[in-house]
Design a binder for this molecule. Structure first.
Ligand code: G1P
Length: 301
């Protein structure tokens, strides 16, 4: 069955970004000039997703506004002849009727947030995108995963290698047979201690899942950190269904951490033709030396 629906859990409190996230959802923090959530939605649209399900919470209303039209703004842009900006705004939007919003009423964990989307997703496979993870990759990570899904079906998870010191911050998978574009996952564990991790391959926050996951999530078993974990439910589903890992081409920025967020801003700014030149000049003034790639972008201008 084709994957048409994507779930975006956006209910998290963003305590790591206080005070920035006191009154504003962390998903609306910007990498250059686009909110973090927009990157995940763009990636899903590129992969052919047609229904965007957001699991929100209190104080997340602006996410809904962000994915709506803003008539006053559009009229003003038009009156001022800013047609390019206007076209860009419209281009970023899913079509009317393609977005759905539901709320996670209590912060019981990522697995619980996903379970809250069960009625909106229904009995079909779906994509799950954790917006904290922002990628620089072509094609997008979800599109790379769709290629593996077309071959293997079942469940697909994007993975990447991390430093052994970082494994305890992520879900970790054990790799079985097959190439980077689609290998068998033989085990997974959420936030293991370094010495217990089966590998250094982390779950990168992109999943294609079969709807049977909802039944397992509904049992509401608590795992790491006392939370209902998607990884635990997947581990149980592995008894019955295939899980394929995709070691995607590209790199990630964990925008749930300050370092990752700042790195994403630098990396995406250096890639933007309208910004790279001025930005590299400022970085040089701060005394930093730029990598070759960034120098090329700014020299092109
Ligand atoms: C979640 C998942 C974890 C995954 C990570 C990616 O953890 O539970 O398996 O590796 O996202 O960012 P969280 O970051 O919500 O603690």
């Amino acid at each position: 069955q084709r994957v048409r629906t994507a779930v975006f859990p956006v209910a998290g409190l963003g305590t790591r970004f206080l005070p920035a996230t006191k009154a504003m959802p962390k998903e609306m923090l910007t990498v250059v000039d686009r909110p973090v959530i927009q990157y995940a939605v763009d990636e899903a649209r590129e992969a052919g997703i047609e229904h965007f399900v957001f699991v929100t919470g209190r104080n997340k209303g602006v996410i809904e506004d962000h994915f709506d039209r803003q008539f006053e703004l559009e009229q003003t842009l038009e009156a001022r002849g800013k047609l390019e900006a206007l076209a860009e705004l419209q281009q970023d939007l899913p079509s009317a009727g393609q977005t759905s919003f539901t709320r996670q009423q209590e912060p019981l964990g990522l697995g619980h947030a996903v379970w809250c989307a069960r009625e909106l997703v229904g009995d079909r496979p779906f994509a799950l995108l954790l917006p904290d993870m922002v990628f620089k990759s072509r094609p997008g990570v979800l599109k790379q995963m769709m290629q593996a899904y077309d071959v293997a079906g079942g469940n697909v998870i994007a993975v990447e290698e991390v430093d052994p010191a970082d494994v305890s911050s992520y879900g970790i998978v054990a790799r079985g047979a097959g190439p980077d574009t689609g290998f068998e996952i033989t085990a997974m564990v959420e936030k293991p201690r370094r010495e217990e991790a089966p590998s250094t391959l982390i779950i990168s926050g992109r999943y294609i899942l079969q709807p049977e996951i909802f039944t397992l999530l509904g049992e509401q078993t608590k795992g790491a950190g006392g939370e209902i974990q998607i990884t635990d439910a997947m581990q149980r589903l592995m008894d019955r269904q295939r899980f394929t890992g995709v070691k995607y081409q590209g790199r990630s920025f964990d925008c749930g951490s300050k370092i990752g967020f700042l790195a994403a801003n630098v990396a995406f700014a250096l890639e933007r033709e309208d910004i790279a030149g001025g930005f590299t000049a400022e970085i040089r003034k701060l005394g930093f030396v730029l990598p070759e790639e960034a120098r090329r972008v700014s020299a092109k201008r």
